[in-house]
Structures are given as C-alpha cells and as structure tokens.
Design a protein around this ligand. Structure first.
Ligand code: ADP
Length: 541
C-alpha cells in the first residue's frame, strides 16, 4: 500500500523560493572582486536568479546543458547556483586553482556550453578559450562599467544580460533525480573525475547540513562559507543557509586574516567554515593585532585535519568552538562533524580536545564502515584502522562518464581514507591510503604525527612521509617549515614526540624546508614530497 502524501519533488529552486518568501528581507553580503561590499537579500536574489534563468534560455541553454562557473564566493555566483540548476541545466563549478591544462580538460570533458567568470579569471580564460571547443559563449560576472578589454570570443556582460529580462518566470517542475550540478575531484593522481549531483541529493544534503549536529544553522545565524563555492559546493552552505533563512556572508577573493576578521566583525558572523590554512591566517592576525571576535561561536574546520592546537587556541583565547568536519567531493561533501553526544556533558577540557581531533560522527543519511585489504569489516573499537567506505543518498553512485570506479559489488564507495571508528561512532582519519607509512608490516599514521608536530611552537607547517628503510620497508621522516624566528632543532622535535605516541611511531629524522608543496585545493602534495626525498638516507642506529 502506498502512502497518501504529496509527491513534491525536492528541487533546488524550492529552497531559494522558500528563503525569498519567508526570509525575503534577510541579507546576503558579498565582498566583490571590484572591491566594494555588496548587499541585498533573499527576495532580490530570487528575482535576479529568475532573470538569469531567462537570460540563459535566450543564450540557448536547455535542460541538462552544462554551464560552467569560475568564480569566488559572491552574490552572482549564488545566483548561478540557483538560476542554472533551477531552470533545469547543470551548474558546473570549476576550480580556478587547477592548472590551465586541467581546466581545459574539465571544460572539454563536461562539454560546457557557456562559461561565467569573475573578472579575476578573465586572463586565465583567455589562455584556455582556444582549446574550449564546446564553449559557445563567455560571460564576465560584472557590470558594463567594469567590463575588461578581452580577446575572449562571443563575450557578454552579466549585468547587461540580466538588465533586459523582466523576471516574469516560474521555476519549472521536474523529476528530483535530474542532474543539478557538478564538481570535479582535484585529481592528485590521474585526470580529475566528474561528480554529478542531483536536485534530490543536493536538497537532502542541505537539509542534513542545517541540523544541529552538522553545521547547526538557524534563521538567526549569520554564516560565512570561506570554503570556496568552486570547491565541493562550499560544503553545501549556499543551499543550507537559504533553507534555514540565515544571513549569508561571502568573502569573495580576500581570504587573508585581516579581511576574514573584518567580515566576521562587520557582519556579525556566528558560524564560519573553511580549511585549516584559512584559520591559521586568522589566528595569526588576531595574535599580531590583539583583536578578538565578538559573535563568532562556531568554526567548522575540514578539508584537511584540524590540529588539536588550533581547537585549543580558538576556544581558550577567542571563545570559538571548533567543529571538526570531514567529507569529500564525492559526498556533496559532508560526511561527519564532531559534536558531543548525550552523556558527554561532564567531559573535561582535555577529553574534549582529544575528541575534537577526530573528524566526528555521521548524521542520519551517511553509513560508514572500515575494511581491511580483502574488504572484510574491521571492529569499530577506535583502535583498528582500515579503508573507510561510505554510502548514502548524497554519495556518488558512479563518476561522470563512468571514468574510474571506487565502488564495490555491494555499492559501498571507497573513500581512499584510512580511519578508525570508535564505539560511539566517531571516525578518525589517520591517513590517505596512499600516504600511510608501512613500517615492519604495521601502519603509522602520518596525519597524527603531523598534528603533534604543528603543536610545537617552533613549527609553522609539517608533513610526514615514509622513506625507504632496509629493515622496516618504510620509516617516517618529518619535514618541517619553521616559524619565522624559530631555530627549533631536529632533536627537540623528536623529543617532543616522547610520551605522545608509541616509541616506534617517532620519526627517524627531521628535514627542514622553506615551504611544502600543496595541491590546488590546499592539501599537502605528498607525492611530490616523496619524490623529492627519494633515496633520503635516514640516520642509522
Ligand atoms: P579533492 O577534490 O582534493 O579530493 P576533497 O575536498 O573532495 O578534495 O577531498 C576529500 C579528502 O580530503 C578526503 O577524502 C580526506 O582525505 C581529506 N579530508 C577532508 N576533510 C578532512 C579532515 N577533517 N581531516 C583529514 N582529512 C580530510
């Protein structure tokens, strides 16, 4: 027997429509690439997204056509999120930090028909345009006064396109499983692979993201995604904020400590989210200037491991609670966030900081397990570690065009992360499977060793890699960028590990470097590091 309830499709347009109707006056504030702060509200955003949908139709975009964006977090990008998906086309967020060759590959692979770009990326597009055979038009996301001289063919001005539309447009209704948007995984190995989201997966993910044990977004909040909209949907915040009716604050291209602090204070930001590097920048700025933050309550940190020292400093110096989060492009991206459970009220500060090092628990909708080399489930005792697998309605079922596959016969997706899961369900990423250090048949977590190293006051950034060892196969080498003015020695750093990890986990040596290599999304490029330390001679004895 079927239930007798309305079968209303979960469409992205309905989220903005809700925000415009019930939170129409709530602000969306953006730092523009032209420099000024732009303000409007959800009602304006919906009206303009409808005009954008009309403009796209006029440019010949139809159902399922891919429309690319190369843009920072800002109001026009927000309109593209809704206008493109809302009209039935696919909004393809391209990461401008990738190499030009990778961007050309991605545009070609997705067969994008139009590319919308912020002023900042016009030069980059000029390089790529000759190879972008599928692209029929380019749109610069600015007004006439700021239109650049450009060699781009068939180029339009965003504001001019919208100006001729009347906004008299009803969002079309269609199957919620229709493709809505896409992102490519960064491709640290091989070509980037496309992940194709649906309206249903996006709305369910946003709904989950809003809940108290995920991003905890309420209508009374002001949330600032520092995580870029061109990387994994800005963790779903452009959708979840609208669904909650929260004020949305977008930092544009300025992600340095001073600019982030100004946005937080001027706009009364209560929740923000970003990768650890951004928060290092903010903490450094606060330390140098003696400034504080007023309303900022929750700082969501993910993308790479949030070091324990960061949670301690945020909490004790500035009263900001760190929420460690984990996810990936293939998961829309949220998988886990670290909040306490019922019964943990009496947790000591030490216990809380130790818990916060873990990436957290999944919410309803995400199922996880860890497996060994032969795909057998491992105990969830906080000790055993194995490859983390996931499934759920906002996890990809396959890659775009079937390129590559990380799914097993039962449909579980292998994340490529190595993790433990404890009896309370808290997951702790110990490594990427390709980065784990295999010493004498046992595994050593490079991430845990890095977290400890960055807790030392003399260390700015640290990476731990496995180097070949005649007896143990591999042994850990700590590679360190010292803080300015620090003269910390290898011996001091190695002693710092004593009592913090098992003796056999302590790195065999320390190498000091001026900087570490990073991927386009700010993650450590360990493969490059392993190459540059190939043949490194560890001290004997
Ligand atoms: P990419 O496109 O580089 O894969 P993603 O953001 O999708 O970018 O990367 C996902 C990966 O980032 C995860 O599989 C995991 O390895 C890493 N990651 C994300 N969040 C965390 C975290 N909190 N701690 C450690 N690693 C993380």
């Amino acid at each position: 027997m079927l239930g007798l309830m309305m079968d209303k499709p979960l469409l992205i347009s309905s989220v903005l429509n809700y925000a415009a109707k019930y939170h129409g006056g709530t602000e969306i504030v953006s730092r523009t690439v032209e420099g000024a702060i732009h303000r409007y509200n959800y009602a304006d955003a919906e009206a303009r997204s409808k005009k954008l949908a009309q403009a796209l139709q006029r440019l010949g975009i139809g159902d399922g056509d891919r429309v690319a964006t190369l843009a920072w977090n800002g109001f026009r990008h927000f309109e593209l999120y809704y206008g493109v998906s809302g009209m039935g086309a696919v909004c393809h967020m391209v990461n401008p930090r990738l190499f030009a060759g990778q961007i050309s590959y991605i545009l070609d692979n997705a067969e994008d028909k139009i590319v919308f770009a912020d002023l900042t990326f016009v030069e980059l597009l000029e390089q790529i345009a000759p190879d972008a055979a599928s692209v029929k038009a380019f749109v610069v996301m600015t007004d006439e006064a700021n239109m650049p001289d450009t060699s781009l063919p068939n180029v339009h001005c965003y504001e001019t396109l919208l100006a001729v539309e009347d906004g008299d447009y009803d969002w079309p209704q269609f199957d919620e499983n229709t493709a809505s948007s896409m992102c490519y995984s960064s491709g640290t190995t091989g070509n980037p692979k496309g992940v194709l989201y649906s309206h249903r997966s996006t709305v369910l993910h946003a709904w989950a993201a809003m809940t108290p044990d995920m991003l905890n977004i309420a209508a009374a909040d002001a949330i600032m995604p520092v995580v870029p909209m061109f990387h994994v949907n800005a963790w779903g915040i452009p959708y979840a904020a609208a669904m909650a009716g929260a004020k949305l604050v977008m930092p544009g291209a300025a992600m340095d400590g001073e600019s982030i602090h100004a946005m937080i204070e001027d706009e009364g930001v209560t929740i923000s989210a970003g990768v650890p590097t951004v928060w290092l920048g903010l903490l450094d700025y606060l330390e140098r200037t003696g400034k504080t933050v007023e309303k900022f309550k929750y700082c969501v940190i993910g993308g790479s491991a949030a070091p324990r020292a960061m949670s301690v400093e945020m909490e004790e110096k500035y009263g900001v609670h760190v929420l460690h989060a984990w996810g990936m492009t293939e998961m829309s991206p949220l998988g886990t966030v670290n909040w306490p459970k019922h019964g943990m009220e009496g947790e000591s500060d030490e216990d809380r900081y130790n818990r916060q090092v873990k990436q957290g628990r999944p919410c309803y909708g995400i199922d996880m397990k860890i497996v060994n080399d032969v795909n057998e489930s491992l105990p969830e005792d906080g000790e055993a570690f194995g490859e983390l697998k996931v499934r759920g309605p906002w996890v990809c079922s396959e890659y775009y065009r079937g390129e590559g596959d990380n799914h097993d016969a039962d449909g579980w997706f292998a994340t490529g992360d190595v993790a433990t899961i404890d009896s309370d369900g808290y997951m702790h990423v110990t490594d990427r499977s390709k980065d784990v250090i295999k010493s004498g048949g046992e595994w050593i977590s490079s991430i845990e060793l890095e977290n400890i190293a960055v807790g030392h006051p003399g260390v700015f950034e640290a990476a731990v890699i496995g180097v070949t060892h005649p007896k143990w196969d591999e042994r850990p080498l700590l590679v360190v960028v010292r803080n300015e003015d620090s003269e910390v020695t290898a011996e001091e750093l190695l002693t710092y590990y004593v009592g913090k990890v098992a003796k056999w986990w302590i790195p065999d040596d320390v190498a000091f470097v001026d900087e570490l290599p990073h991927t386009a999304t700010g993650k450590l490029l360990k493969m490059d590091l392993r190459n540059s330390f190939e043949g490194y001679e560890l001290p004997t004895g």
